[in-house]
Write a protein that binds this ligand. Structure first.
Ligand SMILES: N=c1c2ncn([C@@H]3O[C@H](COP(=O)(O)OP(=O)(O)OP(=O)(O)O)[C@@H](O)[C@H]3O)c2ncn1[C@@H]1O[C@H](COP(=O)(O)O)[C@@H](O)[C@H]1O
Length: 113
């Protein structure tokens, strides 16, 4: 697993029951799943807007895409942690899919999916 993801997973697990007054991650858990999902949605929208600006060559927006994507990934990791889902399960799923063309996989699905 990527080193920073591994380190971040450890910190996120430690923050699961930390003091919301001193930890942003703990404050999200304290506010609950709806607040975490709101942040995921907000960061997804901000990523899309930055990506559209980057495609239009708006100055500084390539770095904004990086920053917004980091916010989106970070809040998605907090969501997984809140649900008790190990982020390695997501990496394992990507590994399982690796090398399987999305077009081939879709064509092999039963016709009702
Ligand atoms: N990677 C991050 C990270 N990325 C983004 N953020 C925070 O995510 C928030 C998102 O920005 P917004 O402007 O949307 O936040 P906001 O306006 O305060 O949010 P709302 O009040 O509007 O909901 C900011 O407070 C950022 O600082 C992060 N906060 C923490 N981490 C990691 O999590 C670790 C634990 O953090 P704490 O729990 O705060 O100790 C840190 O050491 C970092 O490694």
């Amino acid at each position: 697993m990527n080193d920073i993801l591994e380190q971040l997973a450890e910190v996120l697990a430690q923050r699961r029951h930390a003091d919301p007054a001193t930890s942003y991650v703990a404050s999200l858990h304290h506010k609950g799943l709806n607040k975490i999902l709101e942040k995921v949605g907000e960061e997804a929208t901000e990523t899309i807007l930055a990506a559209k600006d980057a495609a239009d060559d708006v100055e500084g927006q390539r770095q904004a895409v990086v920053a917004e994507t980091a916010d989106l990934w970070f809040h998605s990791l907090v969501m997984l942690s809140h649900l008790g889902i190990d982020q390695r399960d997501v990496l394992d799923e990507l590994a399982r899919r690796f090398g399987v063309s999305g077009l081939d996989e879709k064509a092999a699905r039963p016709s009702d999916q």
